[in-house]
Design a protein around this ligand. Structure first.
Ligand SMILES: NC(=O)C1=CN([C@@H]2O[C@H](COP(=O)(O)OP(=O)(O)OC[C@H]3O[C@@H](n4cnc5c(N)ncnc54)[C@H](O)[C@@H]3O)[C@@H](O)[C@H]2O)[C@@H](O)CC1
Ligand SMILES: Nc1ncnc2c1ncn2[C@@H]1O[C@H](COP(=O)(O)OP(=O)(O)OP(=O)(O)O)[C@@H](O)[C@H]1O
Ligand SMILES: [Mg+2]
Length: 376
């Protein structure tokens, strides 16, 4: 059953959220009735109570993540050829950051994608290649410091060569992950904007994370109205996005409503707001993944998540109408990606405790998926 609610709950005082209220819906009236029966709604209501009310009104906020994973995970079938389980490309990796694109790209492979590419700067490429022979690394992006002193015409020529190089591959990718370890160099970001426009023209889904969110927050048109865009902001990235798009501050009390409103305002993109629970919305529905993960907050877990979402989203799209769920493949991909990362983090923490690192979590991805969807 498709569950549509969220902005219609009437739990919020935010003007921007109120605009989206579907006050006439049956769910809304039912919720209002329950709120009244519980003695009214105060400004201090906590999210726990909000969830209680939601479940009482027949809506399920917590996603049935394991079922989603079972439903969309690609079956291992001897008749399949290389590439059918997913071809992912990560656009990221610069002088400062080589770990983030590696984490995203290798996670995609460990979950079950067949091929994982990384498009990064020339400096970052040898480093990323040295982490793993499994990744296909394209040393093509340029940062300003490398082209300083060049005329505008020469710079334009370099960017069109970069774009042509990515274009050669574009149609083959099932999903792009834009941003892990990308950096914020203006020339590089300009090139990446063009890559995103081409991906969009080719209907290739784009998961946007890290510095890709910095780019998108300053150029919302890049994703606005693109239903195959998935944004995966952390707490900082989310605050900046909300300030820019909704012109208000983040407020925990109305978290799902605000998220839903934000996704709607950006034209139906899917947003996965990372935190203690991961919240997911495409502007129509809001879901939560609260499976216990790990108390370790080592850097790089968001990168694993972006690679995981890319794979599950590709699988969900490939299944298309074969899934019984009526949720968007982007939402299904986010639910599965989030649940798998959290399960792997929990497994890794059981073993490594305080010394748990991102690489330990990556090692647990396969086992975590196997527990839910055995390979044979
Ligand atoms: N091992 C690695 O290579 C890792 C690299 N990472 C990458 O690191 C980059 C930054 O990610 P974070 O999660 O730290 O991002 P955050 O936005 O959470 O924080 C980044 C830093 O930038 C500062 N900052 C915030 N807004 C800014 C602005 N408008 N202009 C300039 N600086 C600003 C913040 O104060 C903070 O110190 C991303 O590319 C991310 O993918 C992370 O994924 C962690 C692991
Ligand atoms: N307080 C928390 N409790 C439990 N899990 C959390 C918490 N915060 C984040 N997570 C989990 O960690 C994952 C990564 O979120 P995080 O906020 O660390 O991303 P990030 O800052 O982008 O990471 P990265 O260092 O890769 O850039 C989320 O999907 C979420 O499941
Ligand atoms: Mg991040």
């Amino acid at each position: 059953m498709l569950i549509r609610y969220g902005v219609s709950t009437g739990f919020t005082s935010l003007g921007s959220v109120k605009n989206c209220m579907l006050a006439s819906s049956a769910v809304f009236r039912r919720q209002q009735f329950l709120i009244r029966s519980l003695g009214g709604y105060s400004d201090h209501i906590d999210s726990r109570r909000m969830q209680d009310i939601r479940s009482m009104s027949g809506t399920t906020f917590e996603a049935d993540a394991e079922n989603v994973m079972r439903e969309i995970t690609s079956v291992l079938d001897p008749s399949k050829h290389k590439g059918q389980a997913g071809k992912i490309a990560v656009i990221g990796g610069c002088r400062e950051y080589t770990g983030a694109p590696y984490f995203a790209a290798i996670s995609a492979l460990k979950i079950g994608a067949d091929l994982s590419h990384v498009f990064c700067t020339k400096d970052a490429a040898p480093v990323i290649k040295s982490y793993s022979p499994e990744l296909i690394v394209h040393p093509i992006l340029e940062e300003s410091y490398n082209i300083s002193g060049l005329e505008d015409e020469e710079r334009r020529c370099i960017s069109s060569k970069i774009l042509a190089e990515v274009d050669k591959w574009m149609e083959r990718f099932d999903c792009l992950v834009v941003g892990p370890g990308l950096g914020r160099d203006p020339y590089l970001l300009e090139c990446v904007s063009e890559i995103m426009k081409h991906a969009r023209q080719s209907n290739v889904p784009i998961v946007i994370d890290g510095d890709g969110l910095f780019l998108v927050t300053n150029s919302i048109a890049l994703v606005s109205g693109y239903p195959l865009a998935v944004l995966t902001p952390n707490v900082n990235e989310y605050k900046r996005l909300v300030q820019k798009v909704l012109n208000c501050e983040v407020n925990d009390r109305d978290a799902p409503e605000l998220l839903q409103s934000l996704a709607k305002q950006i034209g139906g993109v899917t947003i996965l707001q990372k935190g203690k629970s991961d919240l997911i919305s495409d502007g129509e529905i809001a879901k939560s993944v609260s499976i216990y993960g790990s108390p370790r907050r080592c850097g790089g877990q968001g990168d694993i998540l972006s690679g995981s979402v890319a794979v599950f989203l590709s699988w969900a799209r490939a299944k298309g109408k074969a899934t019984t769920s009526q949720m968007n493949p982007t939402v299904l991909g986010c639910i599965a990606g989030s649940a798998l990362l959290r399960k792997a983090a929990s497994l890794a923490f059981k073993d490594k405790k305080r010394s748990t690192l991102t690489t330990d979590i990556i090692e647990c991805l396969g086992r975590s998926l196997e527990d839910i969807c055995p390979a044979c």
